[in-house]
Design a protein around this ligand. Structure first.
Ligand code: BGP
Length: 468
């Protein structure tokens, strides 16, 4: 059966997590605090924070054994920046932090699981935020590059796949962890300055990786948030295109083509938000283009025209309002999860076609999954049929795209195990493996394989053919 699969032999079936969401061990081994840790702590009266999370920090041997049982070929994870540089500004790395990831990579190697490693998944060291205003300052780029160099030098013998920044396009909208300065236009200027500095950090990390690890492959990964026109009215079609251009393609164009698209710069200039972009910056962006393109896919949106005098919302995840351009509205043709995320497998296939046709670069799916309030049944199992359905439906669409010629390197569902959600604590669960804990009581953190674990195991074993 496997030999008939459309997926090439080198294709990697994987699953994802990120460090601050899975590890715990908040200050263990000299780890410093990150802005993500602080943001989670601010909600700690209601939601699980990052202090224990799923305690991968201590339980990683058990978890990696479960990955092997599942048949994972790749594990997309992140290094917690604050384990390596606890404050962010140190000149030398923290040896205990390096030792932890050495143990993790060795354990993965024992089972032949390929690590796909994100350098920066929302966890900017708090020290860099306090000392420098984080990405407001160009100095943060230098600290990031020192951190990236350390990771390449210490782990490059075992890590062949690198991801620079997770979801920069969404991160730029996460004010609670980015802390842009000022209000109104000043705040937007600050946001776009930070975004520009992250583009430079990404490009320089890509160039450094090419120099130090010529056999490795490196790329950023984006939050792919595509829009349909709300109606066939030309203004709504234009609105949906603007949503894609100003919130998705602007970033992928910088990553792949090494330059900002003109329309995006026009929009920034129109509002006086354009960051300082020097000739040297342009050369850095041009030099550091990526080897493939990573993307996270969960939802699609519908967009309609938006009058110029509408009150703006430049940060809402599900309800962006960009006056004069577009605003998101619900899509009546799609069902949503209990958290309001609209489920759209066909949109996944369309996304694969769109990205492939625009760039002709191999694609890597770094996240795709469904967040739900799973419960343990009386029989002690977790019957998450909806997750099995979600996986099958999305993988079927991906398989069709691959059959029609799209080059996909790897599919990493989100998430391998239950973790602290970036927005809604521990009750919003994404894992194939249930972690027995409540929001505020970490209990014993017992691992329970959900029904979807078996579904995905079969999908992997059949190389994407057994889709029920
Ligand atoms: C992506 C992030 C992940 C993860 C996921 C689910 O944006 O890269 O870190 O959290 O979304 O989002 P949430 O946890 O908010 O439900």
């Amino acid at each position: 059966m496997a030999s008939e699969s459309v997926f090439p032999p080198a294709f990697l079936w994987g699953a994802s997590t990120s460090a601050f969401q899975v590890e715990g061990g908040l200050t263990a081994g000299g780890k410093g605090l990150s802005v993500a840790d602080v943001a989670a702590r601010a909600k700690a009266d209601v939601y699980a924070d990052t202090s224990v999370a799923a305690n991968f920090y201590e339980l990683y041997p058990e978890d990696i054994a479960l990955m092997a049982e599942l048949g994972l070929q790749s594990y997309r994870m992140s290094i917690n920046w604050t384990r390596i540089y606890p404050h962010g500004t140190e000149q030398e790395p923290n040896s205990e932090g390096l030792a932890f990831y050495n143990r993790v990579f060795d354990e993965l190697a024992r089972y032949g699981i390929e690590p796909i490693v994100t350098l920066y998944h929302f966890d900017l060291p708090l020290g860099l935020h306090e000392d420098l205003g984080g990405w407001e300052s160009r100095a943060t780029i230098e600290h990031f590059i020192r951190y990236a160099r350390t990771c390449f030098e210490h782990f490059g013998d075992r890590v062949k796949w690198w991801l620079t920044i997770n979801e920069q396009n969404l991160l730029a909208r996460k004010d609670k962890i980015m802390h842009p300065q000022g209000e109104g236009d000043e705040r937007e200027r600050s946001r776009h300055r930070m975004n520009h500095h992250m583009f430079l950090a990404n490009a320089r990390a890509v160039s450094l990786c090419h120099e130090l690890l010529p056999d490795a492959r490196i790329a950023p990964t984006i939050a792919w948030l595509p829009s349909y026109p709300a109606t066939a009215h030309p203004d709504d079609v234009r609105a949906a295109r603007d949503a894609d251009d100003l919130y998705n393609y602007y970033a992928t164009d910088v990553y792949v083509r090494g330059a900002y698209p003109e329309r995006y710069l026009f929009w920034l200039r129109e509002h006086g938000w354009e960051p300082e972009i020097t000739a040297e910056d342009e050369a850095v962006l041009k030099a550091g283009t990526c080897d493939f393109l990573g993307f996270n896919y969960y939802v699609t949106f519908a967009a309609e025209r938006c009058p110029p005098d509408a009150p703006a919302d430049y940060t809402a995840i599900l309800a962006l309002v960009v006056p004069g351009r577009f605003r998101y509205v619900p899509n009546p043709f799609l069902e949503a999860t209990e958290y309001g995320w609209q489920i759209d497998p066909v949109g996944f296939r369309t996304s694969l076609f769109d990205l492939w046709e625009r760039y002709r670069l191999p694609l890597m799916i770094t996240e795709n999954g469904i967040g739900t309030a799973d419960v343990v049944s009386e029989d002690g199992a977790v019957h998450d049929d909806y997750r099995s359905l979600y996986l099958r439906d999305h993988i079927r669409e991906m398989r069709q795209a691959v059959a029609e010629g799209v080059e996909v390197l790897s599919y990493n569902m989100w998430s391998f195990i239950d973790i602290v959600s970036s927005s809604s604590g521990f009750s919003k669960r994404y894992g194939l493996v249930y972690v027995d804990r409540d929001e505020l009581d970490a209990k014993q953190l017992r691992r329970i394989r959900k029904d979807s674990f078996e579904t995905y195991r079969r999908i992997i074993a059949s190389n994407g053919e057994d889709l029920g």
